[in-house]
Structures are given as structure tokens and as C-alpha cells.
Design a protein around this ligand. Structure first.
Ligand code: NI
Length: 181
């Protein structure tokens, strides 16, 4: 029986928090600290009903992300991605459009156009190099999460007008919450 540190639900930072605009640093070594972070991020993502989460969203400016496109389902093709120091090595010429949302931009959604397929090289939770070909929702999700590592939100892909409307609403919601405390 392994003695495991219990998982923890972390606080999700929302726009316009400055940590979301920082470029995150590569992880120097895949160790128990990083594996704990990955588990805590998964727990946090499931609790928030998301399908992807990047470390800057929990206030940690490191190049770590998790994805599970089918949370709560235990199907044969279910895959939980624990991704460290990812690099996009190829993108398709073909684009696709998805309506994206983000746990750091709660209650707002917008269509974003991105390459329809990508290849990504990364380290898994054992420190082994992996390469992944992604298409469809996985391609969109992984690009969205890698964007987080570079301080980019999905609202940075839409018009400044729409972005500013969303940011103003988020700020107002936060101020209302703070004044209610
Ligand atoms: Ni996001």
C-alpha cells in the first residue's frame, strides 16, 4: 500500500489576474512535487467541471497542464493527459472553429479559430518524452492550455471590443463579490 498525499482542490484564478498574463517557466525536473501538482490540478479541474487546466490558472507559473475530455466517464478510450513542458512541433494548414470557454473566464464563451490538428512533444509524469497527434476537440483544448502557459487567454483571440466587454464584466463581478464580503 502506497502512502499518498491526499489530493487538494486549488484556487482557480480568474481574469484579469496578472498571473494569467505571465509566461510560465519550464519545469526543471519531473519529481514528486510536480506529480502532486498534476494530481491536485486534476482534482481541481474535475471539481470545477472543466476539461483542461493549466498551472497558471491555479497561480503557479510553470509549464504544466492536464486534460480529460470525458470527465466522470470510465470508458475504454478514456485518456487523462498529464503534460509537462509541452512544445507544439507541427500545426495543420486547415483551421477549425470551436466555441471556447475557460475556468479563468467564467460564464463567457466565444468562437476561436485555431489549427485543426497539431503535434505536441512533452514530458509525462514519469519524465519520459511523449509525442501526441491531436485533432478535433483535443487539438483545440491542448492549444488553449498551452496558450495559458504563454500568458494567452482565449479572449485574446477575439476582437478587442468583445474582449474588453468580457473583462469589464468579470471585473465588475469580482468587485461585487468583494464588496459583499
Ligand atoms: Ni482556459
Amino acid at each position: 500500500m502506497l502512502c499518498l498525499t491526499p489530493m487538494a482542490i486549488l484556487t482557480i484564478h480568474t481574469a484579469p489576474d496578472p498571473v494569467l498574463k505571465q509566461k510560465a517557466l519550464p519545469v526543471p525536473a519531473v519529481d514528486d512535487r510536480v506529480r502532486q501538482l498534476l494530481d491536485d490540478m486534476l482534482e481541481t479541474m474535475y471539481a470545477a467541471k472543466g476539461i483542461g487546466l493549466a498551472a497558471p490558472q491555479v497561480g503557479i507559473s510553470e509549464r504544466v497542464l492536464v486534460i480529460d475530455l470525458n470527465p466522470g466517464e470510465d470508458t475504454q478510450d478514456k485518456k487523462i493527459y498529464k503534460i509537462i513542458n509541452p512544445e507544439i512541433t507541427w500545426v495543420s494548414d486547415e483551421d477549425s472553429r470551436y466555441e471556447e470557454g475557460c475556468l479563468s473566464v467564467p460564464t463567457h464563451y466565444a468562437d476561436v479559430v485555431r489549427p485543426a490538428s497539431v503535434k505536441v512533444k512533452y514530458l509525462d509524469e514519469t519524465g519520459a518524452v511523449q509525442e501526441l497527434s491531436a485533432e478535433g476537440l483535443l487539438a483545440t483544448c491542448i492549444q488553449h492550455e498551452i496558450d495559458h502557459l504563454d500568458g494567452i487567454l482565449f479572449i485574446d483571440h477575439i476582437s478587442a471590443l468583445k474582449r474588453n466587454i468580457i473583462l469589464r464584466k468579470l471585473l465588475k463581478t469580482r468587485q461585487n463579490l468583494e464588496s459583499a464580503d
